[in-house]
Write a protein that binds this ligand. Structure first.
Ligand code: KIV
Ligand code: ZN
Length: 514
């Protein structure tokens, strides 16, 4: 079998998706899941972009052992040195440097001529290679670049030390036959001197089809993201490309990946829980409806022979069928642990288990039946470990159709309880204003999402907010899970505030050289 390297850029290009920013803890959790999934290269961020990215890459480099950790860097000395520094503790590391090669980018964005771009690219690769064995070079907007220039720069950067040459369709412009021809021509030029890589954007909905054509024509690295997250319309979806290669072995004979497909669902779920961005229900492979059959004719066919309407099994991507057991207030610790194991939560520390069990018991007092989705959400909320500077103690809201919406909140900070109240344009506004008054920080709510975790009128509410506390810093995501939507809102907002304080603390330490 010839291996296709899977290069996951959920933490870098995926994070560039509107509303998808993640904090360091979340990035580390996701990187560990990507390692479990069997990803060859994890692009963990763009180290020079922010102290948060630098910190996340460093931490991921310390904990992930089986995947190569990569940092993006422009073709600039400073960026490359920062990338090398962020990767210093990684067991397997890669510097990924890039510069644009299309006429439009060189003329208007870079204001550089071809020869200057070529020189800059070679210098960047040489420097990166002096700091790291494994160097990838990308010709940004390769698919709109002059092929003659692409060949010239490809040979030069390989000579300078790049072992992977990536040819991105940065604006998602190409159709499969065109992309295939480009990769074929570049493969003839480069031969086996470097691994050719494809990185496709989905602006015309062709990212996956284009990536496949790249593989057919000689590319041996695929750049992709979980759930197809990414700039604008997103990137090639990892789960789609991997399942195509697996399901259509008749066409892609002899080609394989290291991906453990049974970890696909867990990876997709983690990305959507962290970012609050759910795949559309009819999304291939990981959408809610991807394996459900509504029509009577289909259901009948399925009962007679699953293969009448199913080309893959839900279990292939790790969807564990519910064992039908619903937990409730009389369920003990052993039943709880067994249930978690049946949902795939096996390597849980005693501390995490105790915390989750306590949450479960609180929930049981309020809710008759606790469903699998409730437990998954508890587990996912429990593993977020940002220091809780501000903690919600209690919340009261008052609002009736002709009244003045108001909130009274008690928050704990450093062991002290502070209580205050405010009025607002609706309950959410009153809650956020009250928290601002107590904390002394003024957040601007950029996004607010609420969804029911499971079925029934008493379903848990999951709220995801995106809040900007400083116009010069990225907005931060906060999550809240509670039976009461307004309580979940307050928890989510405080979560974003706690993430902001953790980020400020980090920047302070960095500036002090700690
Ligand atoms: O789309 C693109 O061109 C990129 C490069 C930086 C690799 O993301
Ligand atoms: Zn990209």
């Amino acid at each position: 079998m010839e291996m296709i390297k899977i290069f996951d850029t959920t933490l870098r290009d995926g994070e560039q998706s509107p509303g998808a920013s993640m904090n360091t803890e979340e990035k580390v959790r996701l990187a560990l899941q990507l390692e479990k999934l069997g990803v060859d290269v994890i692009e963990a961020g763009f180290a020079a972009a922010s102290p948060g990215d630098f910190e996340a890459i460093s931490r991921i480099g310390e904990v992930v052992k089986n995947s190569t950790i990569c940092s993006l860097s422009r073709a600039l000395t400073k960026d490359i040195e920062i990338a090398a520094n962020a990767l210093r503790n990684a067991k397997h590391k890669r510097i990924h440097t890039f510069i644009a090669t299309s006429k439009i980018h060189m003329e208007y964005k870079l204001k550089m001529k071809e020869d200057e771009v070529l020189k800059r690219a070679c210098e960047a690769v040489k420097l990166a290679r002096s700091l790291c064995e494994d160097v990838e070079f990308s010709c940004e907007d390769a698919c709109r670049s002059d092929v003659g220039f692409l060949k010239e720069i490809a040979l030069a950067v390989i000579e300078a030390g790049a072992s992977t040459l990536n040819l991105p369709d940065t604006v998602g412009y190409r159709i499969p036959s065109e992309l295939g021809s480009l990769i074929k021509e570049m493969k003839e030029c480069v031969g086996d001197r470097a691994i050719l890589s494809v990185h496709c954007h989905n602006d015309l909905g062709l990212a996956v089809a284009n990536s496949l054509e790249g593989i057919k024509n000689g590319a041996r690295q695929l750049e992709c993201t979980i759930n197809g997250l990414g700039e604008r319309a997103g990137n090639t979806a990892l789960e789609e490309i991997v399942m195509i290669l697996k399901t259509r072995q008749d066409i892609f004979k002899g080609l394989d990946t290291r991906i453990n497909t049974k970890e696909i669902y867990a990876s997709s779920k983690l990305v959507s829980d962290i970012t609050g961005i759910r795949p559309q229900p009819n999304k291939a492979i990981v959408g809610k409806n991807a394996f459900s059959h509504e029509s009577g004719i289909h259901q009948d066919g399925m009962l007679k022979n699953r293969e009448t309407y199913e080309i893959m099994k839900a279990s292939d991507i790790g969807i564990i069928e519910s064992d039908g057991l619903v937990l409730g207030k009389h369920s003990g610790r052993a039943a709880f642990r067994d249930k978690l194991a049946s949902l795939g939560f096996v390597d849980i520390s005693q501390e995490a288990l105790d915390k989750a069990f306590a949450e479960f018991k609180i929930l049981c007092d309020k809710k008759k039946e606790v469903y699998d989705e409730d437990l998954r959400s508890i587990m996912s909320a429990e593993s977020i470990s940002i220091p809780q500077v501000f903690e919600l103690v209690s919340l009261q809201i008052g609002n009736c159709s002709n009244g003045v919406p108001h909130a009274a909140i008690c928050i704990q900070k450093d062991g002290d309880k502070c209580v205050d109240a405010a009025i607002g344009n609706g309950s959410v506004d009153a809650i956020l204003k009250t928290i601002d008054r107590i904390s002394g920080y003024n957040g601007v709510l950029k996004d607010y999402k609420v969804e029911a975790v499971s079925e029934g009128k008493d379903a848990l509410a999951r709220v995801v907010v995106k809040v900007e506390f400083d116009p010069n810093k990225p907005a931060l995501i906060g999550h809240g899970l509670h039976l009461d939507t307004m309580f979940a809102t307050a928890k989510a907002y405080l979560g974003a505030l706690n993430s902001y304080l953790a980020m400020k603390e980090l920047i302070k330490h960095k500036n002090m050289g700690v």
